[in-house]
Design a protein around this ligand. Structure first.
Ligand code: NAD
Ligand code: UDP
Length: 374
C-alpha cells in the first residue's frame, strides 16, 4: 500500500488522538498539529513510539507549511465550558484555522476533512435533524462563537471547493464520548461519570428533559475514515452520530446504575441557549457510506467508565494528569498571547506597506493580515 502523509489538527484532543491512532494502524505517516489548549500529550504519548508519528505544537490560527496528502481539520475546543473560556479565540480557531488549513490543502492539493458539528443546527425546530435543515442559531449568544464559527467554516469549505476545486469532506458530528475525554471537560458524559465514580452529586442542568444522542468514539472514527475515503463528489455535509436519543436525566440514571454509585442527582440552572433536543438523521451516512453506529450507550459507557476509573484510580496519577493538563493549558494561553502579538505586529506592517503585501498575504491564505483585530 502507499503510505500517505496525513495531518490531523487537534491531534492531541479526544477525537484527534483516536484518529491519529487509527491512521497509524493503517500504515500512514501522521502529523498531529495541536496547541494543547484542551488536548493533552497524555493522549498521544503511546503514539510517539511509532517513527511514523510526529507531534507539532502549533496553533492553527497561524499558517502551517508542510507537504501532506490529506488533512483532517479537528482543531477547536468542543466542550461549551472550553469554547466559551475565550470566545474570540474560538471564533478565530474555527474561521482562521479553516482558512489556513484550506490554504494548505490548496497549495498541496490535499484532500481535506472538516469536523463540523450538530451545533450548526442550534436549538433545532426540525427533529431529527437532516443535513438540509439550515438551523436555528442565536448569533449573539454565548454559544455563538462556536456555532457561528463552525457555520462560517462550513461556508469557507464550500467556497474553496467552488473557487479552487478542492476535494472537501464535511462531517457534522453529534455528541461523542469515550476514553481520552478531558476529565475537566465539563461535557455531560465526563462530568456524570466522574461525579458518579467519586460519589459527588450528579449535576443535571435545567429539568434534565433536554435530549442528546450519544455516539461512542470508535463508531465516529469509522465514520470519519469512510467519509474521507468516499468518492470525491461526496462533499457533505454528512451527519455522523448515534440516532438513539436520551434525556439528560436518563443518562444520569444509566451512569449511576452502571457504576452502582451512591451519588444523588442535583439540579443546576440550564446554560443559555442550551438546545432542547438533538438527534441526527443519518440516512445519508447509511446510504452513501454504509455507516451506522454499532456500540450501544451501555457498552460505550462501560469502556468510558473503565478509562476514568483508571485515571482516577491512583490519586497521584490523577493529580499528575491534572497538573500536566493545567501546565499545558497555561503554556497554550501564553503561546496564543505571543502569537497574537506577533500577528498584530505583522498585520500593522502589512497595512503600512500597502496592497502588494496584503495581496501576497491573502495569496498565502495567511492569518497575518486578518488577526489584527483582537
Ligand atoms: P477536544 O477539545 O478534545 O480536541 C480539540 C483539540 O484541538 C485539542 O487537542 C486542542 O488542544 C486543539 N486545539 C484547540 N484550539 C486549537 C488551535 N487554535 N490550534 C491548534 N490546536 C487547537 O475536542 P474533540 O471532542 O476531540 O473535538 C474535535 C473536533 O470535533 C472539534 O473541531 C469539535 O468541534 C468537533 N466536534 C466534536 C464533537 C464531540 O462530541 N466530541 C461534536 C461535534 C463536533
Ligand atoms: N449537562 C448537564 N450536566 C452537566 C453537563 C452538561 O446536565 O454536568 C447538560 C447540558 O446542559 C446539555 C447536555 O447535558 O443539555 C449536553 O451537554 P454537553 O456540554 O455535553 O454538550 P452540548 O450538547 O450541550 O454541546
Amino acid at each position: 500500500m502507499t503510505r500517505k502523509r496525513i495531518l490531523v489538527t487537534g491531534g492531541a484532543g479526544f477525537l484527534g488522538s483516536h484518529l491519529c491512532e487509527r491512521l497509524l494502524a493503517q500504515g500512514n505517516e501522521v502529523i498531529s498539529a495541536d496547541n494543547y489548549f484542551t488536548g493533552s500529550k497524555e493522549n498521544i504519548v503511546k503514539l510517539t513510539r511509532n517513527p511514523y508519528f510526529e507531534a507539532i505544537r502549533h496553533d492553527v490560527n497561524i499558517p502551517l507549511y508542510l507537504e501532506v496528502d490529506e488533512i483532517y481539520n479537528l482543531a477547536c475546543p468542543a466542550s461549551p465550558v472550553h469554547y466559551q473560556y475565550d470566545p474570540i479565540q474560538t471564533t478565530k480557531t474555527c474561521v482562521l484555522g479553516a482558512i489556513n488549513m484550506l490554504g494548505l490543502a490548496k497549495r498541496t492539493s490535499a484532500k481535506i476533512f472538516h469536523a463540523s458539528t450538530s451545533e450548526v443546527y442550534g436549538d433545532p425546530d426540525v427533529h431529527p435533524q437532516k443535513e438540509a435543515y439550515w438551523g436555528n442559531v442565536n448569533p449573539q449568544g454565548e454559544r455563538a462563537c462556536y456555532d457561528e464559527g463552525k457555520r462560517c467554516a462550513e461556508s469557507l469549505f464550500f467556497d474553496y471547493t467552488r473557487q479552487h476545486d478542492l476535494v472537501i469532506k464535511v462531517a457534522r458530528i453529534f455528541n461523542t464520548y469515550g476514553p481520552h475525554m478531558h476529565p475537566e471537560d465539563g461535557r455531560v458524559v465526563s462530568n456524570f461519570v466522574i461525579q458518579a465514580l467519586t460519589g459527588e452529586p450528579i449535576t443535571v442542568y435545567g429539568d434534565g428533559l433536554q435530549t442528546r444522542s450519544f455516539c461512542y468514539v470508535d463508531d465516529i472514527i469509522d465514520g470519519f475514515l469512510l467519509l474521507m475515503n468516499s468518492k470525491d463528489d461526496l462533499q457533505g455535509p454528512v451527519n455522523l452520530g448515534n440516532p438513539v436519543e436520551f434525556t439528560v436525566i436518563e443518562l444520569a440514571q444509566i451512569v449511576i446504575d452502571l457504576i452502582g454509585s451512591k451519588s444523588s442527582i442535583i439540579f443546576k440552572p440550564l446554560p443559555s441557549d442550551d438546545p432542547r433536543r438533538r438527534q441526527p438523521d443519518i440516512t445519508l451516512a447509511k446510504t452513501k457510506l454504509g455507516w451506522q453506529p454499532e456500540v450501544t450507550l451501555e457498552e460505550g459507557l462501560i469502556k468510558t467508565i473503565s478509562y476514568f476509573e483508571k485515571l482516577l484510580g491512583s490519586p497521584s496519577r490523577q493529580e499528575k494528569y491534572i497538573e500536566i493538563v493545567k501546565r499545558e493549558r497555561r503554556q497554550s494561553v501564553q503561546d496564543r498571547r505571543i502569537a497574537n502579538t506577533g500577528a498584530s505586529a505583522n498585520g500593522s506592517r502589512d497595512r503600512r506597506s500597502g496592497t502588494s503585501d496584503r495581496r501576497a498575504a491573502s495569496d498565502n491564505d495567511s492569518l497575518q493580515t486578518v488577526a489584527v483585530a483582537d
